[in-house]
Design a protein around this ligand. Structure first.
Ligand code: BGC
Length: 677
């Protein structure tokens, strides 16, 4: 009997196993590993029977394991990424990563096409709900634990969409025109941080071009930046059909593209053979790309026996509890006049419920695009409230005599809403909903609006008419219970906005000029990011524009008091140094609750233009009534740097910095100064 080949030895080092397997591959087999199965199996790669290489299987996506890419299975539907971002809770992000990894294992797939992590440049982007924030630091702080969580289950995370895919309009043909500093400082920054800190095993390129070159054949983005500068050793795959418009095979190969999905276009066997024969790419480059795919396969245990691998599970009660917890923690209380919330179930006799999202289930097959997850059940707001009120309060359809009216307004995953492939057309709710809110509010003195949506909504038309507004996002399969728990005070609304809510569209950076060159792009489909590094709150601060609700904002049911801000040291010397910021936080209210202590920095003596403030640290704390906690926030000096276009690298300049400690980007409660020397 012949001995098993070395690469199957589970106890050997992964790199050695990769080298061994690579040596055994024929040229044709190498080529076959660079693309998918073909037309019918658009999420998997072909097996190579001769060497017992199994098919490598991917699945969407950021909201959990999608039905369309998991053999039509119903899986846990997690809250939308934006809801997770609003929790500002790294531990929850990690738990979500682990749970998604477990579900992937349970459906037998190895690459989860998540997290989505593009920066929110325009509130109209149809995919804002699949992404985290307008801020690269907040994004990175949450993608790192998610990736670690997913990969702890030996499932590959796949960061997407690299890079500058910030709108859906013309996404397959537009070019994001971005200056070097902005590209690195805003749009690549979270990718860079996640690559360096969490070592993701794969990454997906964007559809669009960046400065005139499609992302999946963009040598600067892939080979030079991602691989050579940041040290990424995973595989690069295209977004689905993204390579169609690419110039040719060799440019993709030489740029560093390892996997063309969902079927061969530039990586057809014939094209690969021809380009190879003509010497358009070297064996060394080809081997590097194949090596990356094999490395990811081995990392996910594809060749190893099931007993030695982490066990999968899906639709467990633990996952459902986690989903509810994230949805609750992500809810952002935006307005709460006279503390109308939380509602007291014992003092409420009649509740009237309204609005198009009251009974809506969002987990429908492909609804909203590739992130759609169809769960085994989904609790609607109506069902959640009905369960809470059972035997205690009456739900009336439109009782003007109700004690409180709750409206479930917002968006849906349909076209023009929060959806892949198409941006929103307006920041406003549709007219029907605005009229309905005004009508209901006209009849009830206690009107609460719960917004179910995945992106900012303008509210000036109606917000003064209502008593409370809560941003519920898309809360996943337990949303109805989560919303009810927060409305009735069984859970604390501890979410903080991960992006600015503008009063009107023109206030936001991509729309300030009203010139199509900035959004959605000129006649040549070039989208000029003229606002530069001033994205999100950086823009609102710089231009002195009052947002409707600022970045980092969110009310609580309790009250917090902050002590003075103290720095452990006042001088930093090296980029490796860490600055410790201490502040005491006391819950001076009568309910338990969470506060997010946010630390922003301002470079006071910079030779280049810098934003008025930038988020550089945060901590979330839970406090019982009257409890006081000494909170320490650790700021990495690196976070204070900017991208220097003369060195083509990050730089921190000597001089003074201001640290602003706040409860939002516009509610600063303490300051301190330090210098870097
Ligand atoms: C999306 C990706 C997704 C892929 C596979 C594309 O349309 O942009 O995010 O992972 O489809 O379904």
């Amino acid at each position: 009997m012949s001995e098993a080949p070395f690469y199957l030895n589970e106890n050997a080092e992964i790199e050695e196993r990769v080298s061994d397997l690579l040596k055994r591959l024929t040229l044709k087999e190498k080529f076959r590993l660079l693309t998918s199965h073909g037309r019918l199996r658009i999420y998997t790669t072909p097996p190579i029977k001769r060497l017992a290489i199994p098919s490598f299987k991917t699945s969407d996506g950021p909201l959990g394991v999608a039905m369309h890419s998991s053999g039509f299975k119903k899986n846990t539907r997690f809250p939308a990424t934006i809801s997770l971002a609003a929790t500002w809770n790294r531990t929850l992000a990690r738990d979500v990563g682990i749970a998604m990894g477990e579900e992937m294992r349970a459906v037998g797939r190895q690459i989860l096409l998540a997290p989505g992590m593009n920066i929110a440049r325009t509130p109209l982007n149809g995919r804002t709900f699949e992404y985290f924030s307008e801020d690269p630091y907040l994004t990175k702080e949450l993608t790192v634990p998610i990736v670690e969580g997913i990969q702890s289950m030996r499932v590959a995370a796949c960061l997407k969409h690299y890079a500058a895919n910030n709108q859906e309009t013309n996404r397959r043909s537009s070019s994001s025109e971005i200056d070097e500093r902005t590209l690195h400082e805003i749009y690549l920054r979270a990718f860079r941080g996640t690559v360096k800190e969490a070592n993701p095993w794969s990454i997906m390129t964007a559809y669009n071009m960046v400065n005139g070159v499609f992302a999946c054949e963009n040598k600067y983005l892939l080979r030079e930046t991602l691989m050579d500068t940041w040290g990424f050793d995973g595989l690069v795959m295209t977004d689905w059909f993204a390579s169609r418009g690419n110039k040719n095979t060799e440019d993709c190969i030489n740029a560093g593209l390892s996997l063309e999905m969902p079927w061969p276009s530039k990586y057809k066997m014939k094209s690969l053979e021809k380009a190879y024969r003509e010497g358009k790419f070297s064996d060394e480059i080809l081997d590097d790309l194949v090596r990356r795919n094999l490395r990811a396969m081995l990392r996910t245990g594809l060749f190893d026996s099931p007993e030695t691998q982490p066990q999968g599970s899906r639709n467990t009660s633990e996952h459902q509890t986690l989903v509810r917890r994230v949805a609750e923690e992500g809810m952002v209380l935006l307005k709460n006049k006279d503390n109308i919330l939380p509602l007291d179930i014992d003092a409420t006799r009649r509740i009237s419920l309204h609005g198009p999202n009251m009974r809506k289930k969002f987990g429908r097959l492909l609804s909203g695009g590739s992130s759609a997850v169809s769960p085994p059940y989904e609790i609607t707001p109506f069902e959640g409230i009905r369960a809470k009120c059972h035997g205690k309060a009456e739900i009336v359809p439109n009782g003007t005599l109700a004690d409180v009216a709750i409206i479930f307004a917002g968006l849906d995953h349909g076209r023009g809403g929060d959806s892949e492939s198409k941006d929103r057309e307006s920041l406003n709710l549709d007219e029907k909903q605005v009229n309905m809110i005004k009508n209901v509010a006209g009849n009830h003195k206690n009107t609460i609006v719960c917004l179910i949506a995945g992106s900012p909504i303008a509210m000036e038309e109606w917000i003064d008419d209502v008593e409370a507004v809560m941003m519920c996002w898309y809360g996943g399969m337990e949303a109805g219970h989560a919303i009810t728990n927060v409305l009735f005070g069984d859970a604390d609304p501890s979410g903080r906005l991960p992006l600015t809510f503008p009063r009107k569209l023109e206030d936001s950076p991509a729309h300030g000029t009203g010139n199509p060159r900035n959004y959605p792009g000129d006649e040549e489909k070039k989208v000029y990011y003229d606002e530069g590094i001033f994205v999100g709150y950086r823009w609102f601060d710089e231009k002195g524009i009052e947002p409707l609700f600022p970045f980092g904002f969110g009310l609580s049911y309790t009250k917090f008091e902050f002590g003075p801000v103290q720095l452990k040291q006042n001088t930093l010397h090296s980029p490796e140094d860490t600055l410790r910021v201490d502040v005491d936080v006391t819950n001076i209210g009568y309910r338990a609750g969470s506060e997010v202590i946010q630390v922003y920095a301002k470079d006071l003596e910079s030779t280049v233009e810098r934003p008025p403030k930038e988020l550089v640290g945060f901590e979330k704390v839970w406090l019982e009534p009257r409890e006081k906690k000494a909170v320490s926030i650790f700021i990495k000096t690196e976070e204070l740097s900017f991208y220097d276009t003369t060195k083509h690298d990050w730089k921190i300049e000597q001089g003074k910095f201001n640290l602003l400690v706040g409860r939002s980007s516009r509610n600063i409660v303490g300051e301190a100064q330090f210098s870097y020397q």
